[in-house]
Design a protein around this ligand. Structure first.
Ligand SMILES: Nc1ncnc2c1ncn2[C@@H]1O[C@H](COP(=O)(O)OP(=O)(O)O)[C@@H](O)[C@H]1O
Ligand SMILES: [Mg+2]
Length: 377
């Protein structure tokens, strides 16, 4: 072939690593808004004649957009003249976001706090459904149920009954597990009718134990269901843990009381970013005619989020089936993954994952763009 051969007549022997990387440099990660090549996501590039194969290492195993990214990358490379076949393998490595001046817990990449101004607003509901959504996508997930006043995560996760946790040979506690989510709860440690006074030092010790003496293994995300409110108990936990960000759960009434403002202040004072506000029991969806009734008015949570300058993650309807599934120990994202609530939980989870990706990429030195390709085999 001479130098004047038009591009579209290139033979498959002319496909080079530079051409493939140039094509992939136009494909962006839709969450991080940077090219796959600059993020170091293209690895193990192999070119053999017109056959091109590579691996896309995404920043999270729970990336909801992986099929779209794969197709875009595949199409970009397939459009190079001379390429006959493109094989893309997708893998994921959840980045660990770092919070300044806090020691990470070995093996645990991202700790997320879920908080609310008062009890009964759906904090645990949001916690378990986000956890199960992440686990369904293949992420390694755990929950610390730190709600000393009403530890109901075990109930919602189908983990009631005695002897849920046990000791291991290494002296650690083996957490309970269901739906691919590991759970440690206050409820596992106290008997139903046993009154416990959780004063600061005791609470601090128990929470530390939950975090460091539990055999979590490797976790991409650990969610902490905080006690409701913004008092000492919450502060103790928030200060004792390397939380990368917080989700605040409110109801429309809660918004009016501005409890979320206090919650926001607690995290801001502790230097913890707030991922956003979830408004639960926001409206009523009639199970018979499917009509939406904005019983508490409309847009309160969103307006409050705007006023407080934090993202609004979504509004969840009040619906009896959600409570019924919770009481049965089946989070709605497991029981009815295609339901309106499950899709809303999916969307809320996406926003949290995207934020952690951004934080993780900004603070992670592991990602080295120069290590993008392996040698051609
Ligand atoms: N959107 C909703 N629709 C119907 N019931 C809900 C909804 N959110 C939560 N619930 C129910 O309300 C009760 C309180 O929710 P929960 O998550 O335990 O609140 P918290 O953890 O804030 O105390 C539970 O019985 C739960 O199943
Ligand atoms: Mg709760």
């Amino acid at each position: 072939m001479d130098a004047s051969t038009p591009q579209n007549q290139l033979s498959s022997n002319d496909v080079t690593e530079e051409m493939v990387l140039a094509a992939l440099s136009h494909v962006k990660d839709p969450e991080l808004h940077k090219s796959l090549t600059s993020l170091g996501m293209v690895q193990g590039l192999r070119i053999c004649g017109g056959n091109v194969a590579f691996e896309l290492v995404l920043t999270t195993t729970a990336c909801p957009l992986k099929d779209g990214i794969k197709k875009e990358a595949q199409d970009a490379v397939a459009a190079i003249p001379g390429v006959n076949e493109v094989t893309v393998e997708i893998s994921g490595r959840t980045l660990a976001a770092r919070v300044p001046e806090r020691e990470p817990i070995p093996g645990i990449k991202n700790v997320i706090a879920v908080s609310s101004g008062k009890g009964g607003v759906g904090k645990s509901t949001v916690t378990v459904n986000i956890a199960c959504t992440l686990a369904r996508r293949g992420a390694k997930v755990g929950i610390v149920d730190a709600d000393i006043y009403g530890p109901n995560v075990p109930l919602m996760m189908g983990l009631t009954g005695s002897n849920r946790v046990s000791g291991t040979e290494s002296g650690k506690i083996k957490p309970a597990e269901n739906y691919g989510v590991k759970v440690m709860s206050m409820a596992f440690l106290v008997k139903d009718d046993q009154p416990v006074v959780w004063r600061g030092p005791l609470l601090d010790r128990v929470i530390r134990q939950f975090l460091s003496d539990t055999d979590w293994g490797e976790l991409d995300y650990l969610l902490i269901d905080l006690p409701p409110g913004t008092g000492d108990a919450q502060l103790t936990i928030v200060q004792a843990t390397p939380v990368v960000g917080a989700i605040i759960v409110t109801t429309p009434q809660d918004v009016a009381l501005l409890d979320s403002r206090k919650g926001l202040a607690m995290f801001t004072n502790a230097n913890i970013p707030v991922f956003g506000i979830v408004e639960n029991m926001s409206y009523y969806r009639c199970p018979h005619c499917d009509e939406r009734d904005d019983i508490f008015g409309h847009g309160g949570g969103e307006a409050a989020a705007k006023q407080l300058n934090v993202p609004f993650l979504g509004a969840l309807p009040l619906r009896g089936s959600l409570r019924a599934y919770a009481d049965e120990g089946r989070p709605i994202v497991i029981a009815e993954p295609e339901s309106e609530q499950s899709l809303l939980f999916n969307d809320i989870t996406n926003q949290v994952v995207a934020k952690i990706c951004e934080m993780g990429f900004a603070t992670n030195t592991e990602v080295a763009p120069s290590a993008a390709t392996a040698s051609v085999s």
